[in-house]
Write a protein that binds this ligand. Structure first.
Ligand code: ZN
Length: 157
């Protein structure tokens, strides 16, 4: 979607053609707007109070969303939520995720075992899946051990 280009030199009044910039506005706030799109939008911003207002609204909204994440430094007023998030919400999230995963696994195994199909077929697929998971786990474990026992790997002494 390309917004209509205005070459007449007439300064557009607030609100004019703003719907064309809706997509650009979101990308601008996300820092994804680049090149000619960025220049065009910035030009529009200079002349459009309506879009400037929307940009600031989006930016404050974005800031609040980031405050809920872990990377954001502590903000006055937001620190309580950060604390709750770190101490309560995240462990609960993990517990739910892991519990759900295990339940799903049990369910999947149960349906697999009780499904029709001959035993040999089940054994074959079962071995294949288990073997693959074990391989993955050992590779992952090696990586973790490597990382822990030798944090200065590749650093010349
Ligand atoms: Zn506008």
């Amino acid at each position: 979607m390309i917004p209509p280009h205005d070459n007449s030199g007439v300064i557009p009044t607030a609100g004019e053609g703003c719907s064309d910039y809706q997509e650009d506005l979101v990308r601008f706030v996300d820092g994804e707007l680049q090149g000619t799109d960025l220049r065009r939008f910035e030009q529009h911003l200079e002349t459009c109070t309506e879009c400037r207002r929307e940009v600031s609204v989006f930016q404050s909204l974005k800031g609040e969303l980031q405050a809920m994440g872990m990377k954001q430094p502590e903000i006055p007023g937001g620190s309580v939520w950060n604390d709750v998030n770190r101490k309560v919400a995240r462990p609960i999230g993990w517990i739910f995720t892991i519990t759900g995963f295990i339940m799903y696994l049990v369910y999947a195994i149960y349906t697999f075992v009780t499904s029709s199909g001959n035993l040999f077929e089940k054994l074959m697929i079962g071995l294949l899946v288990v073997g693959f998971v074990v391989l993955l786990a050992t590779v992952a474990w090696e990586r973790i051990v490597d990382y822990r026992t030798d944090p200065y790997k590749g650093v010349e002494k």
